[in-house]
Write a protein that binds this ligand. Structure first.
Ligand code: ATP
Length: 362
């Protein structure tokens, strides 16, 4: 198993810095995801790791070996592309065997490995078909089989599920995760889909404009975002603008219109009294409360949407709106007055700087 280290990797295309001092370490056997909006530099970073792109600055290591200037075929990586890039004139078998033929393996060894990998990805019996005679999901499996058959040290996956329909995407996500764990190959995964990233990854690196903003486990980046962009890009959240009224250690009293909420300062920031700030609250952290006297806000239901396990209510709080996931059994109606409680630990306060830009992006 291989550890992958990027140190200060930087790549510029004319006036765009696609990768800006990108630094991270992927542990042996880990599934590590680069997550961010379109154009943030995920694919460029992956292509640099594969050796298809040279960085302007920085270094890439596979274990102790510096591979920065190695040719792609000398690195032992396999990459699965978003469009699969299968050869249409070759059968499934030939597509998968191709990489082994290039490596001049004996025919019997090629046959053994192709059959093994066909079984692994559930494509037995389809080896004589051509890519155009396969469904999207089957083509995706061929692309994965072609990558796995060379027994790569590092597997690179660029949006591998984005061409599949929603249901198949969920199934392939599970299959990919269990296959990756079974084989224990160090894997770097690229996606712009935050839910996919959270469900599949051991750790996630959130990128924006060529930079890595936060690296952590899915739970960590969801619960403790260190940046307003990460807080809004991962999962759903409500932003409430207000003023810091009081600071005591990491706790604050935060004034939102007519209400004052107890909250906590986001990791890595300091705040002072009188500062403009933004509270980030997850919709699932609101609850209907009759007994609590503090951390309660009053509002009027504007809209409700039934989402199965919960009811999403859009609630007007003073001049702002919030989204809350509430119990469908409450049968809330537009125009109804409600009181919502939030635990102070779930009110995460960030400096207001840059929040308008975020709303615009979202
Ligand atoms: P997407 O999810 O849309 O593929 P991404 O996060 O993978 O986006 P990249 O493809 O890495 O982003 O692109 C990062 C930036 O670099 C973008 O602004 C893109 O236009 C630019 N870029 C990438 N490749 C080139 C290139 N070969 N020439 C010029 N600009 C490029």
């Amino acid at each position: 198993m291989t550890r992958v280290v990027l140190k200060e990797v930087t790549k510029r295309f004319e006036d765009v810095v696609a990768a800006d001092r990108v630094t991270f370490q992927v542990e042996e056997g880990e599934l590590f995801t680069l997550l961010g909006p379109s154009g943030c530099g995920k694919t460029t970073t992956l292509r640099i790791i594969a050796g298809f792109e040279m960085p302007d600055y920085g270094r890439i290591f596979f274990d102790e070996a510096d591979v920065t200037f190695k040719k792609p075929y000398e690195r032992g990586c396999a990459m699965v592309f978003q469009n699969y890039a299968l050869w249409p004139h070759m059968s499934v078998y030939e597509n998968i065997a191709y990489g082994l033929k290039l490596r001049k393996l004996p025919k019997s060894e090629i046959d053994k490995r192709v059959k093994e990998v066909l079984r692994l990805v559930g494509l037995e019996g389809l080896e004589n078909r051509h890519p155009l005679q396969l469904s999207g999901g089957q083509q995706q499996r061929v692309a994965l089989a072609r990558a796995l058959v060379i027994e790569p040290k590092v597997l690179l996956l660029d949006e591998p599920l984005s061409n599949l329909d929603a249901k198949l995407r969920l199934r392939m996500r599970e299959e990919l995760k269990s296959l990756q764990k079974e084989l224990g190959i160090t894997t770097i995964y690229v996606t712009h889909d935050q839910e996919e990233a959270m469900s599949i990854s051991d750790r996630i690196a959130v990128m924006r404009k060529g930079r890595i903003l936060q690296i952590g486990s899915p739970i960590k980046v969801y619960m403790d975002p260190t940046n307003l962009f990460v807080a809004t890009f991962i999962g759903r959240s409500t932003l409430l603008r207000g003023i810091v009224e009081e600071v005591s250690g990491r706790r604050v009293k935060f004034k939102v219109g007519a209400f004052t909420l107890d909250g906590r300062i986001a990791e890595g920031f300091n705040m002072k009294k009188g500062e403009r700030a933004v509270a980030v609250i997850r919709p699932e952290d609101f609850s209907i409360e009759f007994k609590k006297a503090s951390n309660v806000i009053d509002g009027t239901v504007k809209l409700t949407m039934f989402l199965g396990p919960f009811m999403q209510a859009k609630v007007k709080i003073g001049s702002q709106d919030i989204s809350a996931y509430l119990d469908p059994e409450l049968k809330l109606k537009p125009g109804e007055h409600i009181r919502l409680y939030i635990d102070p630990d779930d009110v995460v306060i960030f400096p207001a700087e840059g929040w308008e830009e975020l709303e615009f992006e979202a």
